[in-house]
Design a protein around this ligand. Structure first.
Ligand SMILES: [Zn+2]
Ligand SMILES: [Zn+2]
Length: 164
């Protein structure tokens, strides 16, 4: 079975390949730290070299944060593409629907205490399919509970029912 975007989880790279890159970058950052400490121990006119090594280390650590976020996003994409998952390409509160606000890379529900440490509004839905939406033109869409709530406020002339 494929997700609504035609993907299967196996069609996406394994997130461990991305997290392995983050580990490699971590070793490079450690090597840069050691080289910077070596320059500091020498002292004298090596300050510019140490400064550049510290800057390179900071850049690598920022890259590690991005690699870890990319690995987590890839893992969510694979979960969303698995059989029986909603897979709609935007996030909702699983209980309340379209009630989310995102700011600064954090997302929260305005109706409950749920929160996500990433831009959940732009993440594919990993919730289980629980509802069937039938639109006024005969089209159908399988949805999770949160997306069914959201659809009730936006779909005109269709019906939404709980799947057995
Ligand atoms: Zn909520
Ligand atoms: Zn959903």
């Amino acid at each position: 079975m494929t997700a609504r975007n035609g993907r299967t989880p196996a069609a996406l790279p394994n997130p461990t390949a991305v997290t392995a890159l983050a580990r490699r970058a971590g070793r490079l950052a450690a090597d840069l730290d050691a080289a910077g400490q070596e320059m500091a121990a020498i002292g004298g006119d090596t300050g510019q070299v140490g400064y550049r090594l510290d800057a390179a280390g900071a850049a690598i650590r920022a890259a590690i944060d991005d690699l870890q976020a990319a690995g987590a996003a890839l893992a969510r994409m694979r979960r969303a593409a698995a059989p029986g998952r909603c897979g709609l390409p935007w996030g909702v509160c699983p209980e309340h629907g379209a009630t989310l606000v995102s700011t600064g890379g954090q997302t929260g529900c305005t109706r409950c205490a749920r929160s996500w440490d990433y831009h959940h509004l732009c993440a594919p839905c990993t919730e289980s399919v629980t509802h069937l939406l039938a639109d006024a033109h005969g089209g159908t869409l399988r949805l999770c509970t949160g997306h069914a709530h959201a659809a009730r406020t936006t779909v005109v002339g269709g019906s939404i029912r709980v799947l057995a």
